[in-house]
Design a protein around this ligand. Structure first.
Ligand code: NAD
Ligand code: UDX
Length: 462
């Protein structure tokens, strides 16, 4: 058995590294068109920051794990091919802003069809709209080389920041397909380290739809608790106390009830919008409207946070320095896709605030790129005014202290652990009074900060 994976991103890299680690006798070849990414996978500066990942990669790399840009060769040599390419929301044409862009998946299928010989198992690892496997099968069947294929759906449930742990001990692995022998080939790989009872099998369509549904349910919990956080702020209830009270009901459970400045990441919004699009496509308008509300609530939560900063700072932040702590969409990752920080900061920049941004894992170039993309107009252009606003109002800070020095306010947007143990007395001494803290993750000790003199605003607390 030889495996390859097309797409060396946040999913392809870590998942294949774990398979290679657990199955030293199986050669695993990860390929990507992006040369810089492959170069980074072959170095000690991995393109993906995940706790514990470097150890997993270095154990297997050079033994049975290889990274290269030789896509065709990898396909030709492999018996099982994972497709783990990006499936972003469409930015043009039919379904713009909602449907998943499947051009990268289709390209992979065509390339596989073109160069394959013999029999291969194709595994959809990317998150795909239900019934995509039908299109993949049709494309593969057009292979003129007499090659035959089985297509499986094997969605990935890892979360960034905990990817290694999630891959090592997943709640479940899901394999959808219509060939029992193909399903068993893939199940046997996972069974090397995952108990059989956690390897679920289903038909192709249930598997594809389960992935979108899981993300929609998870995001729905975050939007639900965030909706309640707004009501808490109006009524002197405390959202963490409410979350604890409802989370101890075993039917509700305690996870994913952390109120925040809004969910981010490359998956939740994209997958819900894709679900909404699918529902509309099948004429299920009420179902579409129901799920879309999860995203609408999330946009409200991000907007509300920025507005609260402006209102609290006496209705103007123009020319006021504001420290931004955290840019990644959650802690323990360098991924910034759809991070709430981007949208909160965009709104503050348009209010003419002077932002001093610090994140322990995100580069200056990435932060500027994110802001530029968030400020593009409907024609995809960055206006001269917005370009100037970014140039004049955004500064990178070397650490949290530097960001906060002389700042009117601190906005904490990512829950990095290091923010909890800072010397807040020192920070208070460097800020003009009143010194405001806006804790978008509810991780700071409000009472202790209050005693030092800070005015602290958290989510869902008065
Ligand atoms: P990513 O953008 O980090 O990586 C995708 C990679 O595929 C890129 O490096 C790109 O260059 C490469 N690629 C695209 N087309 C290619 C082609 N034709 N040939 C070779 N390489 C090609 O994306 P990701 O975050 O790894 O997500 C991949 C898929 O997994 C998506 O469908 C996503 O929804 C899903 N997913 C992501 C996560 C997550 O936490 N990021 C979790 C579960 C599922
Ligand atoms: C998610 C799913 O959890 C994972 O199963 C799927 O494979 C990919 O999408 P990810 O986006 O990497 O994973 O991280 P996740 O931990 O789900 O967090 C998503 C966003 O929700 C983050 O911005 C996080 O800060 C936020 N969140 C999460 C909250 O605001 N409150 C919570 O209680 C949980």
């Amino acid at each position: 058995m030889k495996i390859c994976c097309i797409g060396a991103g946040y999913v392809g890299g870590p998942t294949m590294a774990m398979i290679a680690k657990q199955c030293p006798d199986i050669p695993v070849h990860v390929v990507d068109l992006n040369e810089a990414r492959i170069k980074a996978w072959n170095s000690d500066e991995l393109p993906v920051y995940e706790p514990g990942l470097l150890e997993v990669v270095t154990e297997a790399r050079g033994r049975n794990l290889t990274f290269s840009t030789r896509v065709e060769a990898a396909i030709t040599e492999s018996d099982m091919i994972f497709i783990s390419v990006n499936t972003p929301t469409k930015t043009y044409g039919m379904g713009v802003g909602r449907a998943a862009n499947l051009e990268f998946v289709e390209k992979c299928a065509r390339q596989i069809a073109c160069v394959s010989k013999g029999h291969k198992i194709i595994v959809e690892k990317s998150t795909l709209p239900v019934r995509t496997a039908e299109a993949v099968k049709r494309i593969l069947s057009s292979s003129g080389n007499g090659a035959t294929f089985d297509v499986l759906s094997n969605p990935e449930f890892l979360a960034e920041g905990t990817a290694v742990e999630d891959l090592l001990t997943p709640d479940r692995v899901l394999i959808g397909g219509d060939s029992a022998s193909a399903i068993e080939s893939l199940a046997a790989i996972y069974a090397r380290w995952i108990p059989r009872e956690r390897i679920l099998t289903s038909n192709l369509w249930s598997s594809e739809l389960s992935k979108l549904t899981a993300n929609a349910f998870l995001a729905q919990r975050v939007s639900s608790i965030n909706a309640i956080s707004a009501l808490c702020e109006a009524t002197e209830a405390d959202v963490d106390e409410v979350a604890r009270a409802i989370g101890t009901d075993s039917r509700i459970g305690p996870k994913f009830l952390k109120a925040s400045v809004g969910f981010g990441g490359s998956c939740f919004q994209k997958d819900i919008l894709n679900l909404v699009y699918l529902c509309e496509h099948f004429g299920l308008q009420e179902v579409a409207t129901y799920w879309e509300q999860v995203v609408i609530m999330n946009d409200y939560q991000k907007r509300r946070f920025g507005e609260k900063i402006v209102k609290t700072l006496f209705n103007t932040v123009s020319n006021k320095k504001i420290a931004i702590w955290g840019w990644a969409f959650k802690k323990d990752t360098n991924d910034t896709r759809e991070s709430s920080a981007i949208y909160v900061c965009r709104d503050l920049i348009r209010e003419r605030a002077k932002l001093h941004i610090y994140d322990p894992r995100v580069s200056q170039a990435q932060i500027l790129l994110d802001l530029q993309n968030a400020m593009l107009d409907s024609n995809g252009q960055l206006s001269a005014v917005d370009k100037m606003l970014i140039e004049q109002n955004v500064t990178m800070a070397a650490d949290s202290y530097q960001a906060a020095e002389n700042a009117h306010a601190i906005a904490l947007l990512t829950e990095w652990d290091e923010f909890k143990t800072l010397d807040f007395k020192r920070i208070y001494g460097t800020m003009p009074q009143p010194a405001f803290v806006f804790d978008g993750r509810n991780i700071l000790d409000r009472q202790a900060l209050g005693k030092l003199g800070f005015e602290v605003h958290a989510i869902g607390k008065c």
